[in-house]
Design a protein around this ligand. Structure first.
Ligand code: PMP
Ligand code: GLN
Length: 382
């Protein structure tokens, strides 16, 4: 049989590779982003109760009504009015929501603008539709968006702009002026927007996250994507949701019903109950900010130059003072093998693999884990 790969350039993700290397070498894994602490016991009890109560068959295709209503109520308390029935779809993690939105709107030959550094799932999802990712790169240390450059990347074939706010791995957060600039471009060229907002609650030092859903110029033309994995320390559950105006949600659901149809029923019951209590997410920024500060202090003491960490659960560092001779991938591998701490090379978030001598550490870890990693890294300064 002759078989040609449809994706000859795609390999295993950097997250899978660095986690595997950490496991193989026994290194502390600060690479792939996931908490190493338990999620709330009440949430786990909620799943058990739902299982025992017999909630073990298909949920309705768009998601359990109680969960969609709880999601809409949560938005209402923060600002944007969201309709549970016509605007919220529960998905198998943010990843499926992103893929579904992209597949629902892009046709062969369309272009989608992607701001880099970019989360790794966007471009393959675009390419899988026969569409073309058009990259606009942002650079350290502040990764500010040059909106004139974004405007210049628009062509008659452009249909979608993909943004990630707050940004993994840059940790930058859009200002009101950023959203205005995005809206101006989208309105001028009649573009759709896909806004990955999975880190909405992990925003530090008094900053505030502003959603596309709160912006009048973006509300009707945007898909906004969220993940319970981030908000409730349960990345393995793979449950998220997409919020979009009724017209866009209707298109989204046409595909969603054939990609997964619906997602885990008992977990949706547990999440619906957990979302009733704002305290379950309101303390998240302070909780993670303390972890950021703990890791950052130790990394600075070990000789890394800290980049600002304004959001997410990641800290970027410049390692030039430690091993200027190594590229990012080589440095991340060397650090894992020789010093027992795994990180992610930031070049993995750029299509051209550009090297800024930056690696990313995840601080969604217990204090013991962070301290153990810092204990190992202290040897770099010795
Ligand atoms: N977008 C970004 C920016 C992420 O960092 C992640 C996961 N870490 C996702 C999407 C995927 O979320 P999920 O695990 O819910 O699919
Ligand atoms: N989003 C996680 C990160 O940035 C990884 C998720 C995955 O492995 N696909 O580390």
């Amino acid at each position: 049989m002759s078989f040609q790969s449809k994706f000859p350039d795609l390999g295993l993700t950097i997250f899978s590779r660095m986690s595997a290397l950490a496991a193989e070498t026994g290194a502390i894994n600060l690479s792939q982003g996931f908490p190493d602490f338990a999620c709330d016991a009440a949430l786990l009890d909620g799943v058990t109760a739902a299982l025992q109560a017999g909630h073990n068959q298909y949920a309705p295709m768009p998601g359990l009504p109680a969960l969609r209503q709880a999601i809409a109520a949560k938005f209402g308390s923060q600002g944007p009015r969201v309709d549970a029935d016509s605007e919220v779809t529960v998905t198998a993690g943010a990843t499926q929501a992103l893929y579904t939105a992209i597949a629902a709107v892009l046709r062969t030959g369309d272009e989608a603008i992607v701001l880099e550094p970019a989360y790794d799932s966007y471009a393959p999802a675009i390419v899988a539709q026969g569409a073309v990712p058009v990259r606009v790169s942002l650079a350290a240390p502040d990764f500010a968006v040059d909106w004139d450059q974004v405007a210049a990347a628009v062509t008659p074939r452009t249909r979608l702009i993909v943004v990630n706010n707050p940004n993994n791995p840059a940790t930058s957060v859009f200002s009101a002026a950023d959203l205005d600039a995005l809206a101006a471009i989208a309105e001028r060229h009649d573009l759709l927007v896909l806004s990955d907002e999975v880190y909405e609650h992990l925003v530090f030092d008094g900053r505030r996250h502003a959603s596309v859903l709160s912006h009048p110029g973006l509300r009707e033309r945007s898909f906004a994507v969220y993940s319970f994995g981030k908000t409730f320390h349960a990345t393995g559950w793979k449950i998220g949701y997409c919020v979009a105006a009724p017209r866009l949600t209707a298109e989204f659901r046409k595909l969603h019903q054939y990609l997964v149809f619906s997602v885990s029923t008992p977990m949706q019951h547990a999440l619906a109950a957990h979302l009733q209590e704002p305290a379950h997410w309101q303390g998240l920024a302070g909780f993670y900010q303390a972890k950021r500060d703990r890791l950052a202090a130790g990394l600075a003491a070990a000789g890394f130059r800290l980049q600002p960490s304004a959001s997410t659960y990641f800290q970027l560092v410049d390692y030039s003072a430690i091993r200027p001779d190594l590229g990012e991938r080589a440095f991340a591998e060397w650090l894992t093998r020789e010093h027992g701490v795994a990180s992610i090379p930031v070049s993995a978030f750029y299509a051209d693999g550009r090297d800024q001598h930056l690696v990313r550490f995840c601080f969604a870890k217990r204090e013991e884990t962070l301290d153990a990693a810092l204990g190992k890294l202290a040897a770099l300064a010795a």
